[in-house]
Design a protein around this ligand. Structure first.
Ligand SMILES: NC(=O)c1ccc[n+]([C@@H]2O[C@H](COP(=O)([O-])OP(=O)(O)OC[C@H]3O[C@@H](n4cnc5c(N)ncnc54)[C@H](OP(=O)(O)O)[C@@H]3O)[C@@H](O)[C@H]2O)c1
Length: 323
């Protein structure tokens, strides 16, 4: 059984540690690493991991660790993935995979040279509703797809990693990446035109923004995000004969089908655990099959996603100090 380790013992690491514990019949929750041994030990004890390390380097030197889940701030994903590759570890890295396309290309090149698996933990791409939404759209039931509206607004600008440019702060990379992936999943990854507007904080990162992807066949996705306002994460795919509504594009356990005259039906996809289990199962399956990427989030998707975010940040003049 693959042995999994966690690098960085913060908020999301603890949430995912619960998932690894839940999936203990498929993967071995093996080790947690933090810069502080007490933090690593606390998560390891709570979720039945065998080992705890107080240093990332020491953890990565453990030959028993097969796969590393990188759960540090965006600004550090690149450096921590390079360390994992040097130690020959497969990687599942939190979103955004890196802060820009250039860094991601380097990671993929190095992983390829070493024959390692790498995946961006863009967990919403793995959820069961995705396959079903694609089926409904391609069935023609709702006519032709024309327009998407999706956003994610949650007031978390008080977090250091959201506020500081040196931690690659801003709403887009952390929150806006979800509506962006929603549009990429259903309308494609190569819009022909990208337009946007953003309001920056005093520190020069994006507080909120709206951005539009326009496709060659005239479809448009209107997307938005804010890190100072609450608006949830609603999404809607508008077609010529009706629409699909996801009231929560992240925790998407229900979709609503409306034929323009009213709700026709609701379809439910209750999570087995908390919704993150689908990406982990896909990662395990891919590694066990000797693959270097998952079908749901291949390397090309991560590069396309980062290229779009690079374009948006260039339009706003948001550049991180280490870029
Ligand atoms: N998939 C999701 O639903 C989801 C949700 C939230 C966040 N995320 C992603 O997960 C990543 C981490 O977010 P988080 O909310 O878990 O952040 P967090 O609570 O701040 O935890 C990040 C951890 O990274 C480690 N770290 C290493 N170098 C650091 C540095 N220079 N400054 C601060 N922390 C450092 C720390 O762990 P140690 O002290 O233990 O070494 C820290 O606890 C982000 O990229 C974010 O986008 C994903």
């Amino acid at each position: 059984m693959l042995k999994l380790g966690i690098l960085g013992a913060g908020h999301i690491a603890e949430k995912l540690a619960g998932v690894y514990n839940f999936l203990h019949n498929d993967i071995e929750p093996y080790a947690v690493a933090s810069r502080t041994i007490e933090k690593a030990q606390a998560i390891a004890d709570k979720f039945n991991f065998r080992k705890a390390y107080g240093s990332y380097e020491e953890f990565l030197s453990d030959p028993e660790v097969d796969v590393v889940y990188v759960a540090t701030p965006h600004s550090h994903h690149y450096e921590h993935m390079l360390m994992c590759i040097e130690h020959g570890k497969h990687i599942l890295c939190e979103k955004p995979f890196t802060v820009n396309e250039r860094q991601a290309k380097i990671i993929f090149e190095k992983a390829k040279e070493r024959g390692l698996f790498v995946c961006e933990a863009m967990w919403t791409r793995f959820m069961p509703c995705v396959k079903r939404i694609r089926e409904i759209l391609s069935s023609g039931e709702l006519g032709e797809q024309r327009y998407i509206e999706a956003s994610f607004c949650v007031p978390i600008s008080w977090k250091e990693r959201m506020a500081l440019p040196e931690l690659a702060g801003g709403a887009l990379l952390d929150l806006g990446i979800y509506p962006l992936n929603y549009a990429m999943l259903y309308f494609g990854e190569t819009p022909v035109k990208i337009t946007s507007t953003a309001e920056l904080t005093e520190k020069g990162v994006d507080e909120h923004s709206s951005f539009t992807l326009q496709y060659a066949d005239g479809r448009i996705a209107m997307l938005g995000t804010s890190m100072t306002a609450f608006g949830g994460a609603p999404a809607r795919i508008a077609c010529t004969k009706g629409c699909i509504i996801c009231e929560k594009l992240l925790q998407c356990e229900e979709i609503i089908i409306d034929n323009g005259k009213g709700v026709v039906r609701k379809e439910n996809f209750p999570f087995d655990y908390n919704g993150y289990e689908y990406e982990i199962r896909s990662v395990i399956k891919a590694i066990e099959a000797g693959k270097s990427e998952t079908e749901e989030t291949p390397w090309s998707t991560t590069l396309n996603e980062l290229r779009i975010m690079d374009t948006l940040r260039a339009q706003w003049g948001v550049k991180y100090p280490f870029e």
